[in-house]
Ligand binder design. Structure first.
Ligand code: GRF
Length: 193
């Protein structure tokens, strides 16, 4: 197996909007010897995103972009990604949709994690819709990002059992725990030599 050093790891940017528990798990993963990524940049559209604290305490560069003007925000983000030679973007609870132009302009891979078993339950409020439909299983998916929402090629999925007593809160907690393992595994799957 090739030894991955700081020099040959993929320079990664993680995009967040909120809690950042996936960011936290990705930061922990990136510190492991066998991790194919190194996190160089955390981008947020929300200056109050709690996840920014994880980036701060790990001394990772943070940049906040105001999405009131999306076109301008994306233009500035592309410039920042270039400046930091970013090769991979991991979306982790980023609540803005990347434009077609942005996806085309960024030459590396863009990944996302979604809290459902795609192609089922694309979009928001997945847990509520899963419960309303009395699904027996839900889960999470890591996939490539394309210009169609939550529709790119699937890299990995993890199934989670839905219990009758589950609420959106308990289900989201169970699924988030799996997300924290799935994102690193998906990165290992696509980038390990
Ligand atoms: C996760 O459930 C993720 O699948 C979805 O948004 C949530 C983000 O959670 N896209 P966190 O900010 O990583 O804790």
């Amino acid at each position: 197996m090739e030894i991955l050093t700081g020099y040959n790891k993929y320079k990664t940017a993680v995009f967040i909007s909120g809690t950042g528990s996936n960011l936290k798990s990705l930061i922990n993963f990136s510190k492991k010897k066998n991790s194919p990524i190194t996190i160089k940049l955390v981008i947020s559209n929300n200056k109050n995103a709690k996840g920014l604290n994880f980036a701060k305490s790990n001394k990772i560069k943070r940049k906040i972009f105001n999405y009131r003007n999306k076109k301008l925000a994306e233009k500035d983000i592309i410039r920042e990604l270039k400046r930091n030679q970013i090769q991979i973007i991991c979306l982790a609870g980023f609540m803005e949709i990347l434009s077609k132009e942005f996806i085309k302009k960024f030459k590396g891979d863009i990944l996302n994690i979604h809290p459902s078993l795609l192609p089922k339950y694309k979009g928001l409020n997945t847990h509520q819709r899963v419960l309303n439909n009395n699904e027996k299983y839900s889960g999470c998916t890591v996939h490539y990002v394309t210009s169609k929402l939550d529709s790119g090629k699937i890299i990995l999925q993890k199934k989670v059992k839905v219990n009758q007593k589950d609420t959106t809160k308990t289900l989201s907690k169970k699924i988030l725990n799996q997300e924290h393992k799935l994102y690193p595994r998906a990165l290992l799957k696509i980038f390990s030599l």
